[in-house]
Design a protein. Structure first.
Length: 67
C-alpha cells in the first residue's frame, strides 16, 4: 500500500512517518502476518489484531482507529 518511492522518501526523514489508510484501499482489518520495515508508520483502520498492533508499535508507529 506504500510505494517504493514513498518508502525511500521517509527513510531519510526521522521526524515524519508515512500514513497508511487501509480503509481507503478497501480493507478494514489489519492482521499481523507480514513484516514491517524498521521505519515508523501510522496505520488507519477499523480493526487491528493484537499481533499487528504490537508489530506497528514495536517499530515506533501508531495505530489509529477509524469509525
Amino acid at each position: 500500500l506504500v510505494s517504493e518511492q514513498t518508502r525511500e522518501k521517509y527513510a531519510s526523514v526521522t521526524d515524519k512517518a508515512p500514513v497508511i489508510d487501509v480503509v481507503r484501499a478497501g480493507y478494514y482489518k489489519v492482521l499481523g502476518k507480514g513484516v514491517l520495515p524498521k521505519q515508523p508508520v501510522i496505520v488507519k483502520a477499523k480493526f487491528f489484531s493484537r499481533v499487528a498492533e504490537e508489530k506497528i508499535k514495536k517499530v515506533g508507529g501508531a495505530c489509529v482507529l477509524m469509525a
